[in-house]
Write a protein that binds this ligand. Structure first.
Ligand code: F6P
Length: 325
């Protein structure tokens, strides 16, 4: 993304770039590095970001940090800002627009939970890593006749679980959008076992189990006030073992699914978003976010993307659930 925006911005539009380190923290503190052609060459195949990132929110305690950010942008002579991130980052971007900052947004979250775009880059890579991990877990499941439970990311939505689970032929998938009961899950697991197969159960970190009120979390809040998730897989595993008597094991993929080399699909999408982002800056589409619609890149107001989440629709769940058990 950064590479494409800088390449087109410098060579076609004659723009100059700097990159803020660690997301909003860098903007607030005016902590920037030069971004010239030599700084971005070869980065297309890297995961993560050369700029660093942080869970920093310029509106965490009122507008004070955001005002500091605006002052830093003026001081550094920055006339427009390309903001890359998910729901929290883009919600902050929208508020910066309201403070008069020229912002263009770029959607980026592996959860794929942003509305207004069919896909965010990072998602395809995460799904690929998770699918590969499940194939490996099935080796142990098949050899030992165990239930293998795998927990993937997906704070509010189950796209990673749905796609990777479907790709790996999971026998049950648990996602935040669906309140699957313990009885339903037990039925899928025992039916699979009866057929002589070792059940693979994929669960999103944000799945809310029967009897629970919210997603499982015991690690406090992040800077956006969101609970740090992770651990529901262990609860699901214990419940399966207790109900079925089948030896069960849990693997939490965690940040493994967010790292390493991006897929070709993600590299192409990120590149196209970068090209579109600098076009949007030059054309004055401030307050807008670039987006993928079908195979086309377009843009829309940031507020249209952050209002409601891109959750797994019932039809996609029903389609997948035919294959459970
Ligand atoms: O928001 C994207 C996400 O990947 C979520 O799925 C996950 O809950 C969260 O990030 C983890 O964040 P951190 O790396 O800050 O623990």
């Amino acid at each position: 993304m950064i590479r494409a925006a800088v390449l087109k911005g410098t060579s076609v539009y004659g723009k100059e770039f700097i990159g803020f380190r660690d997301g909003w923290r860098g903007v607030t503190e005016g902590d920037a590095i030069p971004l010239e052609r030599k700084d971005i060459q070869g980065i297309g195949k890297l995961g993560g970001t050369i700029l660093g990132t942080s869970r920093s929110n310029p509106f965490e305690n009122g507008d004070e940090k955001a005002e500091k950010a605006r002052a830093a942008l003026d001081r550094l002579g920055v006339d427009s800002l390309i903001v890359i991130g998910g729901e929290g980052t883009l919600a902050a971007a929208k508020r910066m627009v309201d403070l008069g900052v020229n912002v263009v947004g770029v959607p980026k979250t592996i959860d794929n939970d942003l509305s207004g775009t069919d896909m965010t880059f990072g998602f395809d890579t995460a799904v690929g890593i998770a699918t590969d991990a499940f194939d490996r877990l099935r080796t142990t499941g098949d050899s030992h006749g165990r239930v293998m439970v795998a927990e993937v990311m997906g704070r509010h939505v189950g796209w990673i679980a749905l796609h990777s689970g479907m790709a790996a032929g999971a026998h049950a998938i648990l996602i935040p959008e669906q309140r699957t009961t313990w009885d339903e899950l037990t039925e899928w697991v025992t039916a699979t076992k009866r057929r002589g197969r070792a059940p693979l159960v994929v669960v999103s970190e944000g799945f809310v189990p029967e009897g629970g009120a919210e997603a499982y979390s015991d690690q406090g809040l992040d800077a956006f006030g969101r609970p740090r998730l992770g651990g529901i897989g262990e609860i699901v595993t214990a419940e399966i073992e207790a109900r079925t008597g089948i030896e069960s094991r849990c693997t939490i993929l965690g940040h493994i699914q967010r790292g390493g080399t991006p897929t070709a699909y993600d590299r192409v999408l990120a590149t196209r978003f970068g090209l579109a982002a600098i076009d949007a800056v030059v054309d004055g589409h401030f307050g807008e976010m670039v987006s993928l619609r079908g195979t086309d890149i377009t843009h829309l107001p940031i507020e249209d993307a952050i209002g409601t989440l891109n959750s797994v629709p019932q039809s996609r769940w029903d389609e997948a659930a035919i294959l459970f058990g």
